[in-house]
Ligand binder design. Structure first.
Ligand code: CUA
Length: 348
């Protein structure tokens, strides 16, 4: 009877663990990132700390279970711990000292020491970084400014493999949190403050990042990509991004550029090289820089793969895809929409 009940408790405990296993909301084309699959030195230190904490937690848990079983068996045999000791001594005291004071002190001491060491090694790298990137968290996308290279992009960060890069984090509205699980731990973006971290990827690849601080309705759709590539690929990406947008030559794209003006896109989105004196450039910062939109992997902050169909859906009904975002639905006839898409496709 007792064994059966114990079996039920143990099964219940483990089933709760499985039910509660959470999964990040993601509709990205990239695979699901895991902090336990570190691909950079920062994430490696944090994964190490995670395993140490898991090992200590498991040891403590097993020890408590063993003592619990021992106590139950002792009780079954007829000796009760609650009965006073016939010699008048206090048999419970060693348990209180070793189990209630010494063991917790040792476990918490190891976790505390290891956490401080991890924090110190993870955060003290900004002086080694090759260059700086400034990132502004906005509801709900990421503005990415390459300070040393002189251009801006959105929701996509390119870095060379094996090189530490300093990220300066700021917020334009509310608190966000920058997190690339496979490369580094979380760092908040706090209004009026600049927080810094260093990221580094040891292997080439595309690493998905997320906003890790609840920031409103579309918090779950505030993703981004970190593309780690060879030095040569990175340099050619940088020189392509530094170029202003080429003037469209195709008939549809030329007409599409006019739609870009007439539909009002130009009032919120910068396209470098687009010369329109009627637009106050200093006020153009509501939406992502679109100069090289078609070179990006995703649109809508990592929510959709970047392709013509998704772009058409986003322009026509972005409020259905990300309700509450600042981009209004743009009502265009099908010819204007196709022309606008043809123009956006030239922004490579
Ligand atoms: Cu930004 Cu959550």
């Amino acid at each position: 009877m007792l064994k059966k009940r114990l079996f039920c408790y143990v099964t219940f405990f483990f089933s709760v663990l499985f039910i509660s296993a959470c999964r990040a909301v993601s509709i990205s084309p990239s695979r699901m990132p895991s902090a336990l699959n570190p691909q950079g030195p920062g994430a490696a230190r944090l994964a190490e700390l995670w395993w140490v904490m898991l090992a200590l937690g498991t040891l403590t848990y097993v020890l408590v279970l063993v003592l619990l079983f021992a106590a139950i068996r002792r009780r079954q045999r007829g000796t009760s711990a609650t009965e006073p000791d016939s010699t008048g001594g206090d048999t419970g005291r060693p348990w209180v000292i070793w189990g209630g004071i010494v063991l917790p002190l040792v476990v918490i001491g190891i976790v505390f020491g290891h956490s401080i060491y991890t924090l110190a090694t993870v955060d003290n790298q900004t002086e080694n970084s090759a260059f700086k990137i400034e990132i502004f968290g906005r509801r709900w996308w990421w503005e990415v400014r390459y300070l040393d290279h002189g251009f801006s992009t959105a929701n996509e960060i390119h870095i060379p493999v094996g090189v530490p890069v300093e990220i300066q984090l700021q917020s334009a509205d509310v608190i966000h949190s920058f997190w690339v699980p496979e490369l580094h731990g979380k760092m908040d973006l706090v209004p009026t403050r600049i927080n810094k971290i260093t990221i580094q990827a040891d292997k080439a690849g595309v690493y998905r990042g997320e906003c890790a601080e609840f920031c409103g309705l579309q918090h779950a759709h505030m993703g981004f990509m970190v593309v780690a590539e060879s030095e040569a690929d990175f340099n050619s990406w940088v020189s392509a991004q530094q170029q202003p947008a080429a003037a469209p030559t195709d008939e549809a794209a030329v007409a599409g550029q006019q739609v870009f003006f007439s539909a009002g896109c130009v009032y919120c989105h910068t396209v470098r090289g687009l010369d329109d004196k009627s637009v106050d450039r200093s006020a153009v910062d509501l939406g992502p820089d679109l100069t090289h939109l078609s070179s990006r992997l995703t649109i809508a902050s990592g929510s959709l793969t970047q392709n013509r169909g998704n772009l058409a859906g986003w322009i026509s009904d972005s409020q259905h895809i990300k309700p509450g975002n600042l981009m209004p639905n743009i009502y265009l006839n099908s010819q204007d929409l196709q022309n606008l898409l043809a123009y956006l496709e030239t922004l490579r």
